[in-house]
Structures are given as structure tokens and as C-alpha cells.
Design a protein around this ligand. Sequence first.
Ligand code: DX5
Ligand code: ZN
Length: 224
Amino acid sequence: MTPDASDPRPVKLAPSLLSCDFTHLGDELRAIQSADWAHVDVMDGAFVPNISFGLPILAAARRASNLFMDVHLMIDRPERYLRDFADAGADGITVHVEATPHVHRAVQQIRELGKKAGVTLNPGTPLEAVRPVLADVDLVLVMSVNPGFGGQKFIPQSLERIRTLRRWLDELGSPAELQVDGGVSPTNARAVVHAGASVLVAGSSVFGQGGAAAGLERLREALK
Ligand code: DX5
Ligand code: ZN
């Protein structure tokens, strides 16, 4: 989206590797080279009802690409693995408030590792759960589907949640990114950005038919 006076935020696109063809991970990363970040969804089969992939895939992606590796940890007690994900090549690490009783400590640890710290919450979790750490994070992620799977439908109430978090961040004067993840497509991308998002995650709508480069282009067109 071309920034203008009414919308000064440059929008970043973060294709989610969850929907890519893992037999060609290097090619898929090259296809999204013009994106801003690569979104890396780690699922443990406990915090969410699905298992995706972990450290070796992140390390391989790191070797294949210089994109910012935006790691979304959908795992219980993520503080156990922060150093491992930092060592494997994460540039930013996002943890769920529901996954640990020590979310503030986790955020501190991510920053001590020299990485960008993100916090997120499920669609059913009150926004107040992230408010105490807002001043201490580099990114807030609004989940617009229940985490666990790609290809789900965007939950419309997410727009109001994005607007509220945008207001809270602005009130704090926080430069933190406001990221949205789940069901983002050319159909709703403009509305999501208009509500206040600065980073859009998109999996199935990017790595769909026609290849990832074309998918990214469709998203960019929708934001013009
Ligand atoms: C869902 C993941 C998302 C997922 C998005 O649990 O966090 O990042 O890959 O996929 P789409 O864009 O297909 O909804
Ligand atoms: Zn994600």
C-alpha cells in the first residue's frame, strides 16, 4: 500500500512458510524474496492441535534466505526453547500469552538474546491479557483464526480487536508492529490495514495456485 498522510504506516508482508512446498523450501524462499519477512509457524501438538515443524526447518530456511525470520511459537512454555530458536536463526520470536505464566519474562529473554520480541493471543482471549507487556514488545500479533492450521476463514470480530490494539499502541507512543495472522487474503487485506495492522501474515493466499511470487503480487495489488 502506498503510504499517504492518512496512513503513514508502510505495510510489511510476511508469507507463512506453513503453506509452502517443503520439497522445494529454497525455491519457495526465493519466490518470496521481495516480501519483507518470512513467517515461521512452530506447533507442538499440545498448545495447538497440530504439529508443524521446528528447529531444523528454521535453520534450513535461515541458510537459504536472508529474509527476516519471524518465528511464531505455538508451543507450551516457550521459554524452554527461546535460545534454541534464536540460535537456529530467528530474527523475531513471538510467544502466546496463554502458553506461559511468565510472558513478561519470556519477552525479556527474547530481547536479551538480541531478537525482536513479540506477544500474541488467541481469538478467544481478552485483549487485556497483553496490555501489561505492550510497552515492552517489538510486535503484537492479533490471531484472526484459532491457531493450528493454515487455510481457515478470517474471524470478522478481529477487525475490532486490531482497532483497539492500534489505539493502545498509539496511546503509548509505541513503535511496535501490529501483525495480523490467519485468513488474510486480497479480499480483506485493505480492511485489515485500515483497522491498523502494519504486518500481514498470509499462508494459503500466497502459496496458492500460480506460485508464491504471483500470490504476493495479488496481495500487493489489493493494497494499492
Ligand atoms: C495459523 C498460523 C498461520 C497460518 C496462516 O495457526 O499461525 O500463520 O499459516 O495461514 P493462512 O494465511 O492460510 O490462514
Ligand atoms: Zn502464524
